[in-house]
Design a binder for this molecule. Sequence first.
Ligand SMILES: [Zn+2]
Length: 435
Amino acid sequence: MEALNMPRLRHVLTRRLVLSGLMLGAAVTAPAYAMDAFEAVKGPLDYIGSVEFFPEAGALSAGWTVRIAEDDLDEISFALSSAFGTASVAGADVVDVTTELDERFGGAVRTYRIDLAPSVNGADRIVKFAYGGPLFPEELPLPINTLDSDKIELTVDSFWFPFDARFDSDLTARVQVRLAGEWSAVGVGSVVSTPKGFHFVQAEPALDIAFSLLSNSEVVKADDYVIHDARSEPGTKLEELTGALEFCTAYLNGLAGPAGPLPQASIIVTDRPEGGYSRGTLIALTDIEDDDEEYLLQFICHELAHYWSKANAGGPENWINEGLADYLANMGVRNALGETVFDARMARYAEQIEGHDLPPIWAAELTERPPYLIMYRAAPVALQHLEERMGRATFTAFMQRIMTDRVRTTPALLALLEEMAGAEIRTWFETRLAD
Ligand SMILES: [Zn+2]
């Protein structure tokens, strides 16, 4: 296991996931799934799977039918954990398979390069995988991935399912999960209990198949959210958490008006020291006992606000996703905790960017995704300055229009700004972004 370079693996994947917008994906939790609606939104890769978990053994057994929509591919490579040995790969469209341990992941991952039969009249090609065994033969230094009798929480960096090795294809999925015992389930899409487990449907194209299964959690249900508290001492800071969820939902729904309301959020709270994440309104929180009210409020509002920030996450427009979500959250903090707390927060942001040699927030010629300090610090500060210039009432109306119109690009945002506040403010803000 010494060759398994987890930080690097995490870096590669997290970067890819963020780039692809997975972490910002919408999570519309439907009470049940409609097959017709699902067929209409199939991703470039569509997974139909049957997975049985054996938590005591840390093992699983899986079968997948992967439908490949891209009709011009001659070959496709999938990456799967090498802990399963060599998977069986089959299907009428599979001409040849070569498999090897992937050097990029120090032997933890096996790559399957599949030569595909040509697509007939643009028809989908199908590849089937079958494999099984313990996923984590040894204790892994990964904070998130677990497959034990308390919790099953698998993310893409465990390679528990065959993952398109280009690391940038969106997928949709339907997964029949079987496992024994009493479990509760959380997913990005819809989750339906079945006699032997759960059926997950992920109809919104995303990079990962994301769900969590918990056997020991305390569940708190409300109209706007469900909290799965999986900590060894559940309940700590729960009041602050429910307070933040209730406040942020009400505040953001009020701000969004016709663009709301938010779908019901699913929150998982764990003890682990790191590895929090959010995928749409599925939010995993870690170590919240040390978080103060402002932090928790801002964090929850930020994650929920992503429901409306839908720019292309792979490039320069990602300043909209993060900057907008973050500033909407800061407006929430101001509303809940007052001007002094808000002012101090924004002053900290300004301080953090001072003295750094940063690229512009946005300019037409930019092609790179902005760095952290731009997205999470400089962009919110620019929006604060815009709010000061426009006045709060007009700025709030502007935010609502961004949400209702689902503004996805900076030119569209600037055009809307001009429409609502005039050419002079537009020019000023465009210059401010390019500064
Ligand atoms: Zn964010």
